[in-house]
Design a protein around this ligand. Structure first.
Ligand SMILES: Nc1ncnc2c1ncn2[C@@H]1O[C@H](COP(=O)(O)OP(=O)(O)O)[C@@H](O)[C@H]1O
Ligand SMILES: C=C(OP(=O)(O)O)C(=O)O
Ligand SMILES: [Mn+2]
Length: 534
């Protein structure tokens, strides 16, 4: 095993480094007798280990900062009064201080170092080195990132380094211009990330996604917050955009298709490729029968987070006393039907926008025109579901540009441009699928949504009779095999269709108001006609 010297990262006095541990070693480390608190892993009845991630059980977007320097100043899409987002600027002085806090925290102790790739394509992937002091965090990144081969490991030169100092705090955060004792800070020039005072694994995973979202579009590659799969011949790719909890992982894991990836992808001249080596599924109320493949992926080497487990290792997936954002990470090969050995498929032919509409207005499926595609992609209307972000405790309607605003480092129009360019070339069709609520007050069933996805992917939706939905001018099918026809027009799910009408007008108004931020230029103004009208 290659030796590693951490003094070049300003980390000194390290008595022991567990470098690129095997799954066996990770298991030993995270369940070692004597571990206490949030470091302690518990073996469950399914063989997977469960850990508690502490106070932070979801991302903390208010604590996300990017160093503003000569490279980032004119490229990063900074938060502003006109368009608030999660790209808060940090000064170079602040960077110096937070990096020192991390170096100090990580010095003089036993550490875990894991190397992995972000991006399945050799030409454009990022080699990432994670340095941390908690064993299960090493397990998490081993699951989520692409594992180098023995030869790649020998010659591993990191392009990017992540310092995870989850046990440290930024005490003088006010004078540093930070938001709290917790900080997640990126430096796109030195290519480093520092994490302080949060243990949530998602900060490492979505952190590197944010960095891919910075570097990939600058190379002309579409960078997408989506899952992806392809047919059993590996020829007919579909991508599923959606904010957290809208169904990317659930719906892309489909025994009739080969999974490419469940969350982060690029689309270049050769097609759609995964950034990751694993999946990160929500497990709240996980049901063996409606999500059998995810359920079966929960075994030895998978890592559960914040799930309620009794002293005998029995799991209660229904319990949300810690958080609704209970999770499992597993290497992608825990799913049987996957593209191997490289998570890659040809250019997408179907592009699906998943929106979990908490208002119950959007039809379960709408066929979008090319202009509507651009409008609804930039709008990114959906609900933030409970738990994934700090402070969100119930489904909260939001406009999250490109269905992943929290991870966009460039202006949303850049992602739209790259996506549309790729879609035009492949002739991809686009659909808006509501995986959220309707007039029944309940969430649309996974069974109905799966039926809708099947109909999109096998072409039935193109043959179905359709009608137009007022205000939005959505074209919706009125009958689809395997789907309850009573839900396809959302008005039919209300006791009184005028209730839908009221809500629809309100939602249309919200779209119009939100889109104003794109109307500053001709291209944005031209799209208004594709949006809702009152
Ligand atoms: N109609 C539906 N379609 C997809 N998921 C649904 C639906 N109804 C309920 N769910 C639940 O919503 C959650 C979707 O989570 P997940 O697929 O992990 O989202 P993402 O990968 O987009 O973050 C799962 O817990 C799933 O069981
Ligand atoms: C892990 C996250 O989301 P997703 O469910 O999209 O993977 C996240 O937003 O922190
Ligand atoms: Mn997911």
């Amino acid at each position: 095993m290659a030796k590693i010297d951490l003094s070049k990262y300003g980390i000194t006095g390290t008595p022991e480094i567990v470098y690129n541990p095997s799954y066996e070693e990770l298991f030993e480390e995270e369940t070692k007798p004597g571990l206490t608190g949030y470091e302690k892993g518990q073996v469950t009845e399914l063989g997977a280990v469960n850990v508690m991630t502490g106070i932070y059980t979801g991302r903390s977007p208010k604590d996300k900062f990017i160093v503003m320097d000569e490279n980032s100043r004119d490229t990063v899409w900074w938060t502003s009064d006109e368009y608030k987002n999660d790209n808060h600027p940090a000064s170079e002085e602040t960077w110096k201080v937070v990096k020192e806090i991390a170096q100090k925290e990580l010095s003089n102790k036993k550490l875990y170092v894991v190397d992995g790739f972000c991006g399945a394509n050799k030409d454009t992937r990022m080699a990432v080195r994670f340095i941390m002091e908690v064993a299960w965090q090493a397990h998490f990144v081993r699951n989520m990132f692409i594992k180098p081969t023995a030869e790649e490991q020998e010659n591993f030169e990191p392009d990017f380094v992540v310092y995870n100092a989850s046990k440290a705090k930024v005490t003088n955060y006010k004078e540093l211009g930070l938001n709290s004792e917790t900080a997640v800070v990126f430096n796109v020039t030195s290519k480093e990330q520092v994490i302080i005072n949060t243990w949530y694994g998602g900060e490492m995973k979505k952190g590197m996604f944010s960095m891919m979202n910075y570097f990939m579009p600058l190379k002309g590659i579409a960078s997408m917050h989506c899952s992806a799969n392809t047919d059993l011949d590996g020829k007919n790719t579909a991508v599923f955009f959606g904010l957290s909890g809208t169904g990317k992982t659930t719906l892309s894991t489909d025994p009739k298709r080969l999974l490419i990836g469940d969350d982060e992808h690029g689309w270049d001249d050769n097609g759609v490729f995964n950034y990751e080596g694993g999946c990160y599924a929500k497990v709240i109320n996980l049901d063996k029968d409606s999500e059998p493949d995810i359920y079966n992926a929960i075994r030895r080497d998978a890592l559960l987070e914040n799930v309620t487990v009794d002293e005998n290792g029995k799991i209660d997936f229904a319990d949300k006393s810690v958080t609704e954002n209970t999770r499992v990470s597993y290497p992608i090969d825990h799913i049987e039907k996957i593209v191997k050995p490289i998570s890659h498929g040809p250019a997408a032919e179907n592009v699906i926008f998943l929106s979990a509409d908490a208002f119950g207005v959007l039809p379960p499926v709408s066929v979008l025109t090319p202009e509507q595609t651009k409008y609804y992609f930039l709008s990114g209307f959906t609900a933030k579901l409970a738990g994934t972000e700090r402070g969100i405790t119930e489904p909260t309607p939001t406009f999250s540009a490109c269905f992943g605003q929290a991870f966009l480092e460039l202006h949303p129009t850049k992602y739209a441009e790259e996506l549309v360019k790729r879609m035009e070339k492949s002739g991809a069709k686009a659909y808006l699928v509501n995986t959220g609520w309707n007039g029944t007050g309940k969430r649309i069933s996974i069974k109905d949504t799966r039926g809708i996805i099947d109909a999109i992917l096998n072409g039935d939706v193109q043959k179905a009779p359709t009608k137009k939905i007022p205000y939005f001018d959505f074209e919706v099918p009125t009958e689809l095999p395997g789907v309850d026809s009573g839900i396809l027009d959302p008005r039919d799910t209300y006791q009184d269709a005028s209730e839908w009408d009221e809500k629809a007008k309100d939602l249309a108004q919200r779209f119009i108001k939100n889109f104003a931020k794109y109307e500053g230029n001709e291209a944005g103004k031209a799209l208004v006609a594709a949006g809702p009208k009152l």
